[in-house]
Design a protein around this ligand. Structure first.
Ligand code: ATR
Length: 288
């Protein structure tokens, strides 16, 4: 039996998800068809696409830019959200809630949203061997990408979190909103500051801004240092990582996070555990 999956985005032609999920399926020896699904960027179009997919027997869908928030709104109004999706305010993984279907609910009312992005990043950092327990962490950025990784980082046992952003008020609002939504986050003392005011030594600094998409570079203080620097972007030159590498830090771009979040979605949909390191090796051989 072939299980059907899609990744929904706009644009979507560049998505690496079909290739990644095919490697997972081969690893656990199941038959899948995973396709890219273009979608018009409006609420009615998005609902129509996901409902048609699940009505047609689809098992699971990934959601990417610009639909993660729309998918959240959709699941909030109907099929429900996981804790991580609620706190992230965004959904990257859709599946059917079997309990709703068993109780006679419609497919439309059973479309459930999860978010594996943040845990995918944490799992990648663990695979890199970078210590998170007790770590002093600075997170740069206060948009959707930053929001999704705060709860998984705290759950991983970090000791201190500073959120730095160009617009400090957005970082402060993010902390207020998340503390109201999650007791785990509320118990954690999170400081905020302007990106230019971020100074001193951290164990880990994560760039969750979208600056890598432009030719700009983040204005960082001269005495800002860390042991490990992570940029959630991938596949392009990242001056943020170069700056810390030049000062002796270990660095990583976010490709492993992409594979990590995909593996968690796949496990959620199929019940099969993925050996992510093995899959990463297979994927890098395919690129050679
Ligand atoms: P995403 O969903 O990728 O997080 P977003 O919600 O638009 O996208 O957030 C973009 C983040 O990158 C924000 O933290 C933004 O800072 P502001 O809140 O001050 O806008 C940050 N960012 C984008 N371009 C930047 C730049 N040129 N310099 C510094 N920060 C930048």
């Amino acid at each position: 039996m072939t299980r059907h999956f899609i990744v929904i985005g706009n644009p979507i032609a560049h998505s690496k998800s079909p290739q990644i999920h095919q490697v997972f399926a081969t690893q656990v020896d199941i038959d899948i068809c995973y396709q890219r699904q273009h979608c018009p960027d409006n609420a009615a179009g998005f609902s129509a696409v996901i409902e048609a997919f699940f009505h047609g027997g689809g098992v699971g869908a990934n959601v990417t830019v610009p639909f993660k928030q729309r998918a959240y709104d959709n699941c909030l109004a109907r099929g429900g959200l996981s804790e991580h999706a609620k706190i992230a305010g965004a959904v990257n993984t859709l599946l059917l809630n079997e309990a709703v279907l068993k109780n006679g609910g419609s497919i439309k009312d059973a479309i459930y949203g999860d978010n594996t992005d943040g845990q995918g990043l944490v799992n990648h950092i663990v695979r890199l061997g970078w210590p998170l327990s007790g770590a002093r962490v600075a997170l740069i950025g206060a948009g959707g990408a930053a929001r999704g990784i705060i709860l998984p980082l705290i759950e991983a046992g970090i000791a201190q979190l500073t959120i730095a952003n160009r617009t400090v008020s957005k970082a402060t609002k993010l902390v207020t909103d998340l503390s109201a939504a999650s007791p785990t986050i509320a118990q954690h003392h999170i400081t905020t500051c302007a990106t230019t005011d971020l100074t001193g030594q951290f164990d880990l600094i994560i760039n969750a801004t979208s600056i890598g998409l432009s030719s700009n570079t983040l204005p960082l203080a001269d005495d800002l240092n860390c042991h490990y620097a992570y940029d959630m972007m991938y596949g392009r030159a990242l001056p943020f990582l170069q700056r810390f590498a030049d000062r002796g830090a270990q660095t990583s771009e976010g490709y492993g996070m992409l594979i990590g979040q995909a593996a968690l979605s796949f496990e959620r949909w199929t019940g099969h555990a993925i050996n992510v390191e093995q899959a990463t090796t297979t994927l890098s051989k395919q690129h050679e």
